[in-house]
Write a protein that binds this ligand. Structure first.
Ligand code: NAP
Length: 350
């Protein structure tokens, strides 16, 4: 029998839509993604981008506090080791903790979960047909796509080594951490994200080096001007990062840069390196089935709705949002997608 709602993805958008559809008695089935080395390398493991961050200080409802007793009481024991050791100190909820809490909340209301990827979809037929990596085919009357996006990294082994210890792809998530306070920081990129993140980081850093591979920024003129006018930002033109420097004790201590116009190299002292070289939405499996924008993000067809080009298929979170990209906006749109799916099913009398 076809499922009423299948949710693909397990970040905040996926779990919010699961919580809402479960409470509407639609018995949602979530494909949370597979635990594979390929997904680890790509940054697409279950629980999404938040599972790759440290403390989340901007998710409403989670001020800093003593969370250990709460986490122990709220989350099923079998899942607790997935979060890492629980801190005895007051802290802001961590990304993995927040995601486990959302997952548990969805389970509490009867959400069923399959730990696998959907690798192919057929939206021409009704019910829709979804093929998992292991080969099983699931039929569904509605689908909520919440597969998110992944930050692009440079691909250097040294960058991998210092992820979460000075290397970050999210200034808004990590910029305020103590390790970055009053220290020099590096931002890589030349688009709107790079200039926005560089500007944001000047709140904490002693100086921000904006390292860009060309001699002109891609960012909009007004955003560029903010960077040019900010005395705490120094633009390093025509350079790329060749290696992240650091050690086990301190994490990142600097970067080695290579010129893109000659063979020269130079080193910069820095406590952190923030990548802002774009994101890639996780939409490869939707090619030819759903309308996508040129940059690969799902095209939503109606303002303030989660409708896609196929009736009955809804999209939520970063997979359809290259602009806000926050946990709270993703969760909010997951709720919207759930309500849209519920109304669609009611209208179809399914
Ligand atoms: P983007 O516009 O694609 O810019 C990516 C930047 O990274 C480019 O400057 C690019 O250099 C550089 N880059 C890419 N790969 C690189 C590599 N391997 N090594 C070094 N540099 C590399 O991405 P984005 O800045 O994330 O923006 C995405 C979209 O969101 C845009 O449409 C943007 O306008 C929008 N956005 C808007 C706002 C806002 O209005 N407040 C804020 C953030 C984002 P090249 O320039 O040489 O290609």
């Amino acid at each position: 029998m076809a499922e009423k709602v299948v949710i693909i993805g397990s970040g905040p958008a996926g779990w919010a839509s699961a919580i809402y559809t479960a409470r509407a008695n639609l018995r949602p089935l979530v494909f949370e993604g597979a635990v594979t080395e390929e997904n680890r390398q790509a940054g697409t493991l279950p629980l999404g981008q938040l599972a790759l961050t440290t403390e989340v200080e901007n998710y409403p409802g989670f001020p800093k506090g003593l969370l250990k007793p709460y986490l122990e009481s709220a989350i099923d024991e079998s899942r607790r080791q997935m979060m890492g050791p629980l801190s005895d100190e007051p802290h802001a909820v961590t990304g993995p903790e927040l995601m486990e809490l959302m997952r548990q909340q969805a389970v509490n209301f009867g959400t069923r979960i399959i730990t696998d990827d959907i690798v192919a979809v057929d939206f021409q037929q009704r019910p829709f047909r979804l093929t998992a990596r292991e080969g099983t085919v699931t039929e569904a009357h509605t689908v909520i796509v919440a597969t998110g996006a992944r930050a692009n990294y440079l691909g250097l082994p040294s960058e991998e080594r210092f992820k979460n210890r000075g290397v970050s792809a999210c200034a808004v998530c990590d910029g305020a951490l103590p390790r970055f306070r009053n220290r020099p920081l590096v931002v890589v990129g030349g688009g709107d994200s790079a200039v926005e993140e560089a500007t944001y980081l000047t709140k904490f850093a002693s100086i921000v080096y904006l390292v860009h591979r060309r001699d002109a920024l891609r960012a909009s003129k007004i955003m560029q001007q903010r960077v040019f006018n900010n005395p705490k930002i120094e633009i390093v033109w025509n350079h790329v990062v060749d290696e992240v420097l650091g050690n086990d004790e301190d994490g990142v201590t600097g970067v080695r840069l290579r010129s893109t116009v000659d063979e020269s190299t130079r080193e910069l002292e820095a406590a952190g390196m923030f990548l802002a070289i774009g994101h890639t939405p996780n939409t490869a499996f939707l090619q030819g089935q759903l309308e996508l924008h040129d940059n690969g993000y799902i095209r939503l067809t109606t303002p303030f709705r989660t409708y896609t080009s196929v009736e009955g298929v809804f999209a939520a979170g970063d997979v359809a949002d290259d602009y806000y990209r926050q946990a709270i906006t993703a969760a909010g749109s997951g709720c919207q997608a759930a309500l849209d799916a519920e109304r669609y099913l009611a209208a179809q009398e399914i």
